[in-house]
Design a protein around this ligand. Structure first.
Ligand SMILES: [Zn+2]
Length: 356
């Protein structure tokens, strides 16, 4: 039994046996990357820890959806995935810093992760910019990536639903931007570029906030996760995240995974779960409703609903994510996945032929 399997057993207890059939082992060969119906669905509840500005795409600061004929603030999955991608990248960066020799020496002698796969602090040209992807690290392998440098693409096996608030409350605040030089409320809309063409707007702006304590229900699905991928995903999903506007000092969400289901297909939708739990302001109550919903949706073929309780969360909190053995398994699994993809696509063979 590998270290990540042992740790999963510590985290999930006896339920680990139920989940085990939905874990996948990559062996570096084409057949191990061919899609098989193995998925692990994870439901979570997130609580706004402060006033949350959900400034994503769209015209306004807040994205709204309709559930049970009410309009509720919504965090789209693309936003959530970007947050988890960044977090996973930060973790991989720490792992690389601590175990660079081992990772390079054994698995990826040709990859300098720090230079070729980064969107982390200090290396980006501008805030939020991505320099590129190495196409080999555990982050790219699980979350998906494309690069012009490689002849293969990596499909994302980390997907999910939007997270819906269980309350319709949000505040709109109106503000006035005062120009520092003229003390008028005229402001420029887009920095220097627009200043040149002289485009000006009035200084009134509005921002929408979700009040602290608001609960959201969301769901993540992992397709064909390897044991270390499930372990690290559970860990990531039990951390507080910053889902607000990036420059904002606000926007912290406490995330609590509540249930996990292994099955051939993903189970249920966050939309329906939040419809059932709408109006709940208490985390324990919301959790109960979500669990009940997931139980009613789970297929009989699957693992059944594995509840994530305080004990499980305690084990996740104790997990040493920089442990040499675990890091080795995570990066090794990524290497075997990439080798499998290369074998499947056949690009490895062409390269070998050219070389000989
Ligand atoms: Zn990478």
């Amino acid at each position: 039994m590998s270290m990540s399997e042992k740790k999963l057993r510590d985290v999930l207890g006896e339920d680990y046996e139920k989940v085990k059939p939905y874990l996948h082992h990559y062996n570096g060969k084409a057949e191990s990357v061919k899609p098989v119906a193995k998925s692990i669905t994870i439901y979570y509840i997130a609580r706004a820890a402060d006033r949350l500005t959900i400034r994503t795409e769209g015209e306004d600061d807040i994205i709204l959806s309709e559930i049970v004929r009410r309009t509720v603030p919504t965090i789209i999955f693309r936003k959530l995935k970007a947050v988890y991608l960044r977090m996973f990248m930060e973790l991989a960066r720490l792992q690389w810093a601590k175990h660079e020799g081992a990772i390079k020496g054994v698995w990826f002698p040709d990859v300098n992760f720090i230079n070729s796969c980064s969107l982390a602090v200090g290396l980006v040209a501008e805030k939020g910019a991505m320099l590129g992807r190495c196409m080999k690290c555990p982050v790219d392998v699980l979350m998906g990536a494309t690069s012009a440098r490689e002849e293969y693409n990596l499909v994302s096996r980390f997907v999910g639903d939007a997270a819906y608030a269980l309350s319709s409350d949000f505040e709109k605040r109106l503000g006035i931007a005062v120009d520092e030089v003229s003390h008028t409320t005229i402001m420029l809309t887009g920095g220097e570029k627009e200043a040149r063409v002289g485009e000006r707007t009035g200084g009134v702006y509005s921002m929408a906030f979700v009040p602290p304590g608001t609960l959201f229900v969301g769901k993540v699905v992992l397709f064909m996760p390897s044991p270390p991928e499930l372990l690290y995903s559970l860990w990531l999903l039990s951390r507080p995240i910053r889902a607000g506007a990036r420059t904002s000092v606000q926007g912290t969400l406490e995330v609590v995974p509540v249930a996990l289901i292994g099955d051939l297909y993903e189970v249920g939708t966050a939309y329906e779960a939040s419809e059932r739990a709408y109006g709940k302001a208490d985390l324990a109550e919301a959790k109960e409703v979500v669990l009940k919903y997931v139980e009613s949706e789970a297929y009989s073929s699957g693992s059944g609903v594995v509840k994530i309780d305080e004990r499980t969360l305690g084990e996740l909190a104790k997990l040493d994510v920089l442990d040499g053995e675990l890091v080795k398994e995570l990066w090794e699994s990524a290497k075997k996945y990439v080798d499998g993809v290369v074998d499947y696509v056949g690009v490895g063979k062409t390269k070998a032929k050219k070389g000989s």
